[in-house]
Design a protein around this ligand. Structure first.
Ligand code: PAF
Length: 273
C-alpha cells in the first residue's frame, strides 16, 4: 500500500494505472462499516483508493471537529490488511486554499433533516467529495446507506454536474445487538450505548408494522416515538427515495430516518423499505 499526501501526485499515479478504480472516501476512525465498503470496492475494481481526511468545512462552529476521533496508525493497518492500494492522507492546506469555489447544497433537500440541524454541513460534504472525485477520478465510489441524506445529495451532485462516476450505495453495518456502526459510537458511555439501542429497535418496529400491513406514515412515526422515549429525537420521518415526505409507505421507494441525541452524542440511523 502506498501512502500519498499530495493531490497532484495521486492524480499523476492514478492516470498511469490501468483498469477500474474503486474509491472509498472516509474521515478515518475506521470500523467494520468502512471495511465492508473497502472490501466491496476490492471485489469490484482493479485498484482501490481510500482517503482519510477530517473535512473541516462539514463541521459547524462548536461541533466536534477538534475532538473527532483520529486513529491514524490503526487506520493505516486496517487499510493495509483490507487490500487498499493507495491511501490518500492530505493535510487541510492541501485540500483548501483561501477564498475559493464552494459547492452549495440544494436549498431545500440540503437544508432539511440533518441539513436543518446542521445548516451548511452538506455544502461542506459536497465540496470535499467533489474535490476528492476530481483527484481520484474513480470508476466507482462507495458510500454507506446509513448516511442516507448524504448519499442522496452526492448522487444528485453526480447527476447535476454530469460526473462520470458510479456511486455505489452500501448496506449499514451493525453490532450484533443492532446498533449501527459509527465513528461517533466511541463517545457513548456504557449506559448511553444501552439507550442508543432504542434507535435501531424503533426502526425494527417500523419494519414489522409495515410487514403487518401498516403503511400510514403518521401511525408508524407515533409507534416509533413511544419506543424511542425518553431520548431527545431531532427528527423522525418517512420519506421517499427523493427525500420528499410521504403520507403512505410505498414498498421499494421509502426510507424511514431517525436522529436522536444520546447523552451529548447525535446518532442517526435509517431503514430502506
Ligand atoms: O461520510 C463521511 O465520512 C464524510 O462525510 C465524507 C463522505 C468522507 C466526506 O468528508
Amino acid at each position: 500500500m502506498q501512502i500519498i499526501t499530495s493531490a497532484k501526485e495521486l492524480q499523476t499515479i492514478l492516470k498511469q494505472v490501468g483498469g477500474t478504480v474503486g474509491f472509498v472516501p472516509t474521515m478515518g476512525a475506521l470500523h467494520e462499516g468502512h471495511v465492508s465498503l473497502i472490501k466491496q470496492a476490492r471485489t469490484q475494481n482493479d485498484v482501490v483508493v481510500v482517503s482519510i481526511f477530517v473535512n473541516p468545512t462539514q463541521f459547524l462552529q462548536g461541533e466536534d471537529l477538534d475532538k473527532y476521533p483520529r486513529k491514524e496508525e490503526a487506520d493505516r493497518k486496517i487499510c493495509e490488511l483490507s487490500g487498499v492500494d493507495y491511501l490518500f492522507l492530505p493535510q487541510v492546506d492541501e485540500m483548501y486554499g483561501k477564498d475559493e469555489v464552494f459547492v452549495e447544497a440544494p436549498l431545500v433537500r440540503g437544508y432539511i433533516l440533518e441539513g436543518a440541524t446542521r445548516p451548511g454541513h452538506f455544502s461542506g460534504v459536497l465540496t470535499v467529495v467533489l474535490k476528492l472525485l476530481h483527484i481520484v477520478s474513480p470508476s466507482r465510489a462507495y458510500f454507506g446507506k446509513k448516511d442516507a441524506q448524504q448519499l442522496f445529495l452526492i448522487e444528485e451532485m453526480v447527476r447535476n454536474l454530469f460526473l462520470d462516476v458510479e456511486i455505489v450505495p452500501c448496506e449499514t453495518m451493525r453490532e450484533s445487538d443492532g446498533l449501527a456502526l459509527s465513528s461517533r459510537n466511541v463517545y457513548l458511555s456504557k449506559e448511553e450505548r444501552k439507550e442508543a439501542l432504542k434507535i435501531s429497535s424503533s426502526l425494527n418496529l417500523a419494519r414489522s408494522l409495515v410487514t403487518k400491513g401498516e403503511l400510514e406514515s403518521e401511525k408508524i412515526i407515533e409507534a416509533m416515538k413511544k419506543r424511542l422515549e425518553p431520548l431527545e429525537v431531532e427528527y423522525l420521518v418517512v420519506v421517499n427515495r427523493r427525500f420528499e415526505s410521504i403520507k403512505q409507505v410505498v414498498i421499494g421507494d421509502t426510507i424511514v430516518l431517525v436522529e436522536a441525541i444520546v447523552g451529548s452524542t447525535r446518532l442517526l440511523d435509517n431503514i430502506w423499505l
